[in-house]
Design a protein around this ligand. Structure first.
Ligand code: ADP
Length: 268
């Protein structure tokens, strides 16, 4: 139930001041605004690859006699289409995650399984650039949640670490358990994130300029997806970074009360 606060504001009408009775922005209004911004951002982000594909297809028609140009335009079309497809999938994923506060189903999930799947998914990309994905820390840590979503979250962190680090560098992935809180940390020796940008990296579509100019093909949605997955699991995410040195992202989740859920016969 949204609360409505009436506020008295002073407005200026010509040379006179008048008192205006206005309802403050309720939570519902705020959410509506967030949704509108999101949709505006989506349209903007989708227009770029769609526009590029349209132009490239016209160019392709005109370049029909020149096989080299045809190949170049076709390659660029393929890459823009790939970007469009990534964007679409991530927007759908994020909308799905934003639509719910808590998970529909939760089961016991072993974090070492989550990490090894996420590492496997990034293995080829890391290998191609001579990077080491070093997994360490505690083995048997269990949380309640959705294994596929948690794997997606850890995958996104590792994929970023690979994306924004130099060839041959090392990425550490570790699990710790402290006072019933499980913590996954992903540490890289990459380009880092400046102090002003760091608080914004979890915003939808936010990209640090530096990275954008490197033409990495990122969508700016990866970390918002991570944030929503973690929030839906009752956890939190934090980031530390030193430009030029590297970054650490940590996900903290409540440890599963495995004895209790076993005793209850998993009635949830
Ligand atoms: P993207 O798809 O662009 O990677 P993300 O939401 O995953 O989007 O990340 C947002 C931005 O934060 C990235 O564009 C990049 O500038 C910055 N970033 C994320 N992870 C790292 C990292 N490990 N090292 C340096 N910069 C990072």
């Amino acid at each position: 139930e949204a609360q409505i606060w009436m506020h008295v504001r002073v407005a200026r009408l010509g040379t006179r001041f008048i008192l205006v009775l206005a309802d403050d922005r309720t939570e519902a209004h705020r959410l509506e605004e967030v949704r509108r911004d999101f949709i505006a951002n989506i349209s903007h982000e989708l227009k770029t690859p769609i526009g590029a594909i349209t132009l490239l297809s016209e160019a392709l028609e005109m370049a029909a006699d020149d096989p080299d140009q045809v190949r170049r335009f076709a390659e660029r079309m393929e890459s823009e289409a790939g970007r469009l497809s990534r964007l679409t999938l991530e927007i759908i994923e994020l909308s799905r995650l934003q639509a719910v506060d808590t998970l529909a189903t939760a089961e016991d999930v072993r974090l070492d399984h989550v990490i090894s799947s996420a590492v496997d998914q990034n293995h080829v990309a890391a290998n191609a650039r001579g990077m080491e994905l070093a997994v360490g820390g505690k083995k048997k840590v269990t949380v309640r949640g959705d294994e596929a979503l948690l794997t997606l979250a850890v995958h996104n962190l590792i994929a970023n670490a690979v994306q924004y680090s130099p060839d041959g560098s090392r990425i550490g992935i570790g699990v710790r358990l402290e006072a019933g809180v499980a913590e996954i940390a992903v540490t890289d020796q990459g380009i880092g994130i400046g102090e002003d940008d760091l608080p914004r990296v979890f915003e939808r579509f936010f990209r640090v300029d530096q990275a954008r100019s490197r033409n990495t093909g990122g969508t700016g949605l990866g970390l918002s997806i991570v944030k929503h997955v973690v929030q839906n699991h009752g956890g939190d995410i934090r980031a530390w970074s030193q430009p030029g040195k590297g970054s650490t992202f940590t996900i903290r989740l409540p440890e599963a009360d495995t004895d209790a859920s076993a005793a209850q016969g998993d009635k949830a």
